[in-house]
Design a protein around this ligand. Sequence first.
Ligand code: CO
Length: 453
Amino acid sequence: MKNNEQQLSRRNVLKTIGLGSTAGALGLGLFGSSSAQAARPKTPSYLKGAAVKITRVRAILTAPYGTNLVIVKVETNQAGLYGVGCATYTQRAHTVVSAIEDYLDDFCRGKNVANIEDLWQTAYQSSYWRNGPVLNNALSGVDQALWDIKGKMADMPVYDLLGGKSRFAVDTYTHASGKTAEEVVDDVAKYKEMGYRNIRIQLGGYGSTHLTKNPAWKKGGFGSSGDKTMDPQAYKRGTIDIFKKTRERFGDEIELLHDMHERLQPMDAIDMIKRIEEYRPFFIEDPFSPENMGWFELLRKQTSVPIAMGELLNNPHEWIEPMKNRLFDFIRIHISQIGGITPAVKVARLGEVFNVRTAWHGPGDTSPVGHAANAHIDLNVWNFGVQEAQHFSDLAKEVFPGTPEVKDGYMFVNEAPGLGVDINEKLAKKYPPVEYNYNWTQVRGKDGSVIRP
Ligand code: CO
């Protein structure tokens, strides 16, 4: 072996001049390139021969629990070596599948799996018109799958590739809700009993639409029958009340969160947050929509309530102003929406510099693969805040072997190389996509005008 010969001759030279292994440990480049090469480790078995190339990029559309999930599988020219990634944009699932199968597959074939950054940048710019949710989600599927492959090749979990663990596990929050304040308090008690330290409280669904019955616009024949109605003042009163009653019952021993889903007019939003301040929320999420960024500055001048924002943002560049102006305390990025692990980690590192923490979006319409991606970054980044968790059914865990587990409110990844999660394609096929239900986004005011979700 040429390598062994080089190593031997280098050792002899070192002995002769009396430096021994110290020079090697110091990495002294005294002996030109051939001896430097000799110090390198053996080529990993995966890299012997030709570089590992992408042979195919596929989309798998499945709905094992009634939500359309899009998973990307990146296959390589090494038998058994592949990666999976989450590309779930459930509201436009078929469109994402088309972006993957009709464009990204062809674009990625033949490319080296090693250069994730280059593949991300070139794929991102390949459409010229870029930075939208459909293409970002498709790209995220490929990006996460490449990190999965890199982990498998290195025999390391993805958090290890990012720099190892900053914490023993991922602290999460869960969702408590109920139609009345009493129901909400009881639901909080249930989750507290399960070990959760952080609990999001909502009175009914977003905007408490159950509080408004028989709106005039329905009688007037406007809108569609499934559309909901929101009364902003009823939502405001009810939300302040659940904070008051939950604190009264549990004292200061738990953390309380709330998602406003940007449904109030700006001054109503500011007024509600100021009134909730005395109940010490951990964070209030999405007081304003991304179309209303200017209001954050006004809000920050009036309250010390921590603000979480960003699940609708598409690109790391959108974080420059919010970071610089300290508009948010928590980064609510939806990892697949921003284009995968690669761009999300960039924003997390930027957050470290500005003392802004992460709180990745972790809804039911992120696949278990996407939740694993969240958790791997959570384990690594120093400026982690909290992680939104889901309770996965046994069926979900069967379709996605290796799904992260939540115990006592802490999320754990399994320590397998890569993302540690896979898809059972045979089983996934048994759960074809479902028709998308628009009701969640169709909310109207009392006069029937549509409210942003
Ligand atoms: Co949200």
